[in-house]
Design a protein around this ligand. Structure first.
Ligand code: HH2
Length: 292
């Protein structure tokens, strides 16, 4: 596939029988953390009522997907037991799905994914790319969409000393091999989305190489998700600015990802994310084909 932005995006992402249109414009996934300790919104939506309220607000703002997580993956985070994660996310998934949201469940546990799918989620967002041996079967059995993300190490230790030879080549090879494994386990190829995992076991130079390498990653043939929202690499460039003040910088990264063919951006600020997606997409559509 050649060309900028839209020419690189697969036309659709199939999630449990629903077809999400990735041709018309890039999709916006709102990040909703039902946790006390997430790096951006930790504690803000830790109660069911607050989380459902924010999820409904994201829906009203136009989010294409709402990504519900009950376990922080920030650097240094400790794992959360499955029962606690289920207690946090299930009522939120159920309420948002009932309200018509396309819900994705951000979990690494097959048990949590299965219960969330039962509660109405359509997508499993797995930052370990099917690391739990039960996960592929759960996704395949439900016909769910799946996000396969790259991470070096585990959240607890991933930022200690991340190393790569050629980060872009290594991440691309990992994503292809996990997509192959997903297909071999019976997951519909049209349901697979891949993600380089910005900030997951990566230094600034690695994050920049991956963001610059989006055209190569989006040419792998799957919808590409990029999640740069408010992440630490922004402060590595700009200095220590508060997390909530990073939305303009986030938009800069997401614009270039969209120009490179990303199909989905994951963001904390849905309003800014949608403006970013629509304006960036309109501009790349105007690029003459001979220059794409
Ligand atoms: N980033 C975060 C969490 N989940 N999933 C995918 N697919 N891609 C990402 O880039 C990604 C992700 C980290 O952000 P957040 O959810 O806001 O923080 P925390 O992990 O601390 O809850």
């Amino acid at each position: 596939m050649t060309g900028v932005g839209p020419a690189r995006r697969p036309a659709a992402w199939r999630v449990r029988g629903r077809i999400l249109d990735t041709a018309t414009r890039p999709l916006v996934m709102g990040a909703l953390n039902v946790t006390p300790d997430s790096f951006s919104d930790g504690g803000l939506y830790a109660s069911t009522a607050a989380a459902v309220g924010r999820g409904l607000e994201m829906l009203a703002e136009g989010a294409d997907l709402v990504d519900v997580g009950g376990e922080s993956t920030r650097p240094g985070a400790d794992p959360v037991p499955a029962e606690e994660e289920l207690r946090r996310v299930l009522p939120v998934v159920r309420a948002l799905a009932a309200a018509g949201a396309v819900v994705s469940i951000d979990t690494v546990k097959a048990e949590v994914a299965a219960a969330a799918l039962e509660a109405g989620a359509l997508v499993v967002n797995d930052v370990t790319a099917l690391g739990d041996p039960g996960m592929a079967g759960v996704v395949a059995g439900a016909g769910a969409g799946v996000v396969l993300m790259h991470m070096q190490g585990t959240p607890r230790t991933m930022q200690d000393d991340p190393r790569y030879g050629d980060v872009l080549a290594e991440v691309a090879a990992f994503l292809v091999s996990r997509a192959d494994a997903a297909r071999a386990a019976g997951i519909d190829p049209a349901s697979i989305c891949i993600d380089p995992g910005i900030g997951f076991g990566k230094r600034l130079e690695h994050n920049l190489a991956l963001l610059a390498g989006v055209p190569r990653l989006s040419a792998l043939g799957y919808p590409l998700l990029v999640g740069a929202s408010r992440k630490r690499f922004i402060a590595d460039i700009l200095g220590p600015i508060p997390v909530a003040d990073r939305d303009a910088a986030t938009a800069a990264a997401h614009v270039l990802a969209i120009a490179g063919g990303a199909s989905i951006i994951r963001t904390h600020n849905v309003v800014v994310g949608l403006q970013t997606a629509r304006v960036a997409d309109a501009i790349v559509r105007a690029v003459p084909a001979s220059e794409g």
